[in-house]
Design a protein around this ligand. Sequence first.
Ligand code: PLP
Length: 230
Amino acid sequence: MVATSTLSERMSAVQAAVAEAAIAAGRDPADVTLVAVSKTVERATVDAAYALGLRHFGENRVADAQAKFVPPLPAGANLHLIGQLQSNKARPAAALFDLVESVDRPSLIDALEKVAAVHEHPLSVLLQVNIALEAKKAGCAPEAATALLARIQSSPFLALRGLMTIAPLVPDPEQARPVFAGLRTLRDRLRDADPSLDLSVLSMGMSNDYRVAIAEGATQIRVGRSLFGG
Ligand SMILES: *Cc1c(COP(=O)(O)O)cnc(C)c1O
């Protein structure tokens, strides 16, 4: 388990860096949600992070998260699915996660819609876009976004919240800037074309590049290593 004192120090450092990046960009730090990516740590560390005040946790595998979150986190915690989702895992994913960030194809939209119907609230989703057009990476092509968003909008049990992207791993975070700017301009274009779309969330930026992502408009950053080590 990561020691609470270590976790507390890392959390303060990340929160300070988030605030600095937001203020430098003329943004309110409160408009950037820190999603603690807990995929590499055990439950005790997640509980310690919750006790320190973190409320958003990201996991990339449904099976791991199912095991880790028995019993569930206390009220107010939000679980984000940030990894690729196979349609045959849609049912447990919809039951466990508050936000599925990795929706990227028609078959997955339809699978989630089918299983979300039994829940009290619509399932919140983000459309994942492969802005960098990396081969074999998850996320839809930017040109496919309009049709996929329309499909989500016509799914009564899904609630569109915004867009997500994963930037390529690059030695200098500045090299990721065009990808983050690309997701923001895509969001602006999609919203101009259809103001009824809820695209308020821009999930982009990880440990190595979240400062640049915040400068380009990220409203959610997904941070693992800077909080939990590794
Ligand atoms: C693991 C992961 C992260 C966190 O990455 P770090 O470099 O540990 O901050 C963010 N997003 C996704 C999709 C991930 O799989």
